[in-house]
Design a protein around this ligand. Structure first.
Ligand SMILES: NC(=O)c1ccc[n+]([C@@H]2O[C@H](COP(=O)([O-])OP(=O)(O)OC[C@H]3O[C@@H](n4cnc5c(N)ncnc54)[C@H](OP(=O)(O)O)[C@@H]3O)[C@@H](O)[C@H]2O)c1
Length: 330
């Protein structure tokens, strides 16, 4: 049994971690929940216990065995290292993912990396996790040379404020009102009735930070810096569930049927085998697998496969992956 701390317990990811710990009957000895001063004094029910939210973390450092970091990167950078040496932190932010001494783990792909931790294990970006889970068996069988990915990401990937923003904008649109750009504070532009081809900041290369996460994190998880990845990340007006169009070039030939056989047996993957069937975000919300559909030979290059991926970004893209890591730890 472990003492468990959730940093950012009131956020979308923190709440999902709490739900999954209960659903999977994680061996929790005592639970401690931390959030901002705005949440001080509130409480939540875990199993049959009422657990109070605290806004001071110092006292939790000595008590913690396992910490789920569900804070935005600036807060994670400040708070997470304080737990190092006392507990193992599984961190959802992007603060530590590319640090050489922090393993970046997807349990279906590289669980062995957990052993290398020095107090922090990073959870990859949501879009990266859902891409590497089904691609891993193809990489093992034929080696991935190149990945071309376009994402269709839900607003919950940006946290609770973005969800509230879409809800408000849908109501405005229903009343026939237009939405001023200044009202879009969590996202860069109004998202109701719109799509935004920018997630994160632009980097000098013309790619955004979200796109570069998909490049760098995929290489780190597969331990292969030779894989070429190009990503275009787009925010769409969906509440939960990220979707991706992926074209992958392999080093050896592989038919769509062979790829389906490999992905069908892969842990964490649900394959829709009918080539005319496809998963959609509204169906996958609340589920655990990465759903794969529309698998076909890519017509644009040799040894190419194309597919459509959908997963719940709050579960496999964040909280579930973190709890799976904790399960391997204990
Ligand atoms: N959402 C996703 O799909 C997803 C996927 C992968 C990774 N992540 C990462 O997971 C982390 C959490 O994301 P989220 O979507 O859960 O965000 P969120 O819904 O905005 O929640 C943020 C959490 O941080 C707390 N917080 C904010 N300011 C704080 C402060 N000054 N001191 C202490 N706590 C503070 C909030 O507490 P209050 O409620 O008290 O304000 C809340 O618990 C982020 O690093 C994000 O990049 C998210």
């Amino acid at each position: 049994m472990k003492n468990v701390v959730i940093l950012g317990a009131t956020g979308l990811v923190g709440e999902e971690v709490l739900k999954i710990l209960e659903q999977r009957n994680f061996p929790v000895k005592e639970l401690f929940l931390f959030a901002s001063e705005r949440s001080e004094g509130k409480s939540v029910i875990y199993k049959t216990d009422e657990v109070e939210i605290v806004s001071e973390y110092e006292e939790l450092i000595q008590k913690a065995d396992i910490v789920f970091g569900c804070l935005d990167a600036p807060f994670a950078r400040e708070i997470v290292p304080k737990f190092r040496g006392h507990a193992v932190v599984i961190d959802n932010s992007n603060a530590f993912r590319m640090s050489a001494d922090v393993p970046l783990v997807v349990p279906e792909v590289n669980p062995e990396k957990i052993k290398e931790h020095t107090g922090i294990i990073a959870n990859p970006n949501c879009s990266t996790i859902q891409m590497v889970v089904p691609l891993y068996p193809l990489h093992q069988a034929a080696g991935i040379k190149r990945i071309i990915v376009s994402t269709y990401q839900s607003v919950s990937g940006m946290g609770r404020d973005a969800v509230d923003e879409l809800q408000y904008e849908i109501e405005c649109l229903g009343l026939g009102q237009t939405i001023a750009k200044e009202e879009a504070s969590a996202l860069l532009h109004p998202i109701g009735g719109n799509i935004i081809p920018q997630i994160g900041e632009f980097e000098g290369s013309g790619y955004t930070s979200e796109e570069m996460k998909m490049v760098n994190e995929t290489r780190k998880i597969f331990s292969d810096d030779t894989i070429a990845v190009t990503a275009t990340c787009v925010r769409i007006p969906v509440f939960v569930g990220h979707s991706e169009v992926v074209s992958v070039e392999l080093r050896k030939p592989m038919s769509a049927a062979q790829a389906c056989t490999l992905m069908k047996d892969a842990p964490g993957v649900t394959l829709l085998e009918d080539p005319q069937a496809y998963p959609m975000p509204a169906q996958v919300k609340g589920t655990d697998a990465v759903f794969v559909g529309r698998v076909r030979q890519d017509a644009a290059f040799e040894n190419g496969l194309a597919m459509w991926l959908v997963a719940d970004n709050l579960r496999k893209g964040a909280a579930l992956n973190a709890v799976q890591i904790a399960e391997l730890l204990v």
